[in-house]
Design a protein around this ligand. Sequence first.
Ligand code: ZN
Length: 335
Amino acid sequence: MKPTTASLDRLRTLPRAEVHVHLEGCFEAEMLAQWAGRFGEPLPRPLERLFEFEGLADFLHFLDWACGLVRTREELAESAYGFSQRLAASGTGHADLIFNPTHWRHWHGRLPAMVDALDAGFRAAEQDGLPPVGLCVSLLRTQSADAAAELVDELVRQRHPRVVALSIDGNEAAAGRTGPRFAEAFRRAGAAGLKRTVHAGESSGPEGVRDAIELLGADRIDHGVRAVEDPAVVRLLVDRQIPLGICPSSNLTLGVCASMDEHPIERLRLAGVPVSVNTDDPALLGTSLEREYALCAEAFGWSDTVLREVARTSIDASFANEDVKASLRASLARW
Ligand SMILES: [Zn+2]
């Protein structure tokens, strides 16, 4: 299904935040080809098929390749600035942006420098009137407890104002149940004042969502859609009002669900779970935030009241500062 230009134009004006999007998923194919050419690196596939993936494992492997092309502070700042431009083009008022240091091989062991470089790009963007961005620094599910402790030490030591949260992502189907392994790192991050966001209920089932809440103290869950398979986990999300950052196209592309009609976002929303709509990896998936809203509105017949409610959840669920949230809520009230 292809949303109409008119519906996309209108949804672009809906004041909202994006809370589940990865820096690694925002590279443009042409930019990657240009960076690869600079270093004489072959593309893993021809340019026109660069973003055609064979499942989650192939997808994660590709991220490592793409991030491996970024070597300098300027290139990192450029990718941050480019992300803010993408937000503005979608009419998005704020984003919590996930980035995972493990993918960036030229930056291993240099997390503070990496955060500084990204911050420089975001500061330049804000000075140019582009939307504000908070960083969620992510662990990978296959890392060790020691590596997780080291990352949290680094974040607490640097206490960079750009960093708002500790995150964890990666393939839970391959890594197995890892909640207990990361519990201590998440506890310490929370104690140090960082928010906590956890990928679960995508490559893991509802038990992954329960672990995210009970073991990792998640303030928010990325995906979480497979919670729908267990009514007790749905109840837990409702009781604690833990928001899910849902990415419909991502779920369709990676085979988490078969069609938009069957997508669990509507059942979860109607059950009382706070849900927001997000892109996950917009460049790689060929989507935009307004398109994700349009897909839901079309599949479930969302009225303006529902669109406003979901947009409101995205603002409330974000880790933006209170001024940004208040201004977005005021714009939303006028929409
Ligand atoms: Zn994600």
